[in-house]
Design a protein around this ligand. Structure first.
Ligand code: RIB
Length: 311
């Protein structure tokens, strides 16, 4: 039975400082609270998928043989994520993200990839066929090597698994063949501009043009995320804007991961686009009202309650 979600991605420990405003280059600002959270786009997305869904979630990832790695795995176990295919890489440190979050919830992030950069195509090839046979959706991102993402997408496609690529952060080069294995791509405005080497996305006409360019490159569907403004969908002969749910943001770190994880859940449940994008937008809207990446991922009942209140 195809009832599993696979997340292929990164695991980080987030070291966060709250600041009144983000510093300029060369500037020091005195910050407020410091906190340490579990993070990494892959791990966050796995948690978002597990909490928003009812299906098993398998994470394919890598951590170092160190305290941060062990703490990350312990946290993921609490969300009942299958960690059988998380590789422990000796002699490399686990991924770490240094994050500053300002008063408006905006952030700046620098990542030391560590073991994430060592997650190899061979690590994905080593995952037994049975895992892909049981899966309905594979969700991946670019916080791991591009070649590893490419092998993951290819393998998923070979087993009829729907593939979702969150192209964050956008690498220097994305092979054309990789995009043709993507059923759903979920860039934000900056990422789509970088992917296509375009200037800023200013309005809906720009969004439509950029999305069409990705469709022309073989991507199945484009979900361009626009933060609190919602998202622009293009695919299946359709192109339209879906409004979001404006909320008071405390910390936007991980909002994209909440969206992607919840989208993977909705797609794995066979929901239509309207329902899926509403579900994913609600998850993202809830996540920004809370501090931290992984701690902010909402549970299924919270998304249901939120949507019920929206009417
Ligand atoms: O998307 C948010 C994540 O990006 C953080 O948790 C941080 O680890 C970086 O990977």
């Amino acid at each position: 039975m195809k009832d599993r979600v696979i997340v292929l991605g990164s695991v980080n420990t987030d070291l966060v400082v709250k600041v009144r405003r983000l510093p300029q280059p060369g500037e020091t600002v005195i910050g407020g609270t410091f906190y340490q959270n579990q993070g990494g786009k892959g791990a966050n997305q796995a948690v978002a998928a597990a909490r928003s869904g009812e299906k098993p979630v398998t994470l394919i990832a890598a951590v170092g043989n160190d305290v941060f790695g062990r703490e990350s795995l312990a946290a993921l176990q609490k969300d009942k994520i299958d960690l059988t295919h998380v590789n422990i890489k000796d002699g490399i440190s686990s991924g770490v993200a240094l994050i500053m979050v300002d008063e408006c919830g905006e952030n700046a992030i620098a990542v030391a990839s560590g073991a994430n950069a060592a997650l190899s195509p061979a690590d994905v090839t080593a995952v037994p066929d049975s895992v892909f046979e049981q899966a309905s959706v594979l969700l991946t991102c670019f916080e791991i090597p591009v070649e590893t993402v490419q092998v993951g997408l290819r393998r998923a496609r070979q087993f009829g698994v729907t593939t979702i690529l969150n192209p964050a952060p956008v690498p220097e080069h994305v092979p054309a063949v990789l995009l043709s294995d993507v059923d759903i791509i979920t860039p934000n405005e900056h990422e789509i501009a970088r992917l296509l080497d375009l200037p800023k996305i200013e309005d809906e006409t720009d969004a439509r043009t950029a999305a069409q360019r990705l469709l022309d490159r073989g991507v199945g569907n484009v979900v361009l995320t626009l933060g609190a403004r919602g998202c622009f969908f293009a695919g299946a002969g359709d192109a339209r804007y879906f409004p979001g749910f404006p909320t008071k943001a405390v910390d936007t770190t991980g909002a994209g991961d909440a969206f992607n994880g919840a989208l993977a859940t909705a797609i794995s449940e066979g929901r239509d686009w309207v329902d899926s994008l509403r579900w994913a937008s609600a998850a993202a809207a809830i996540s920004v009202t809370r501090a931290g990446a992984q701690p902010s991922m909402p549970f299924r009942h919270e998304i249901e309650d939120f949507l019920r209140l929206q009417g």
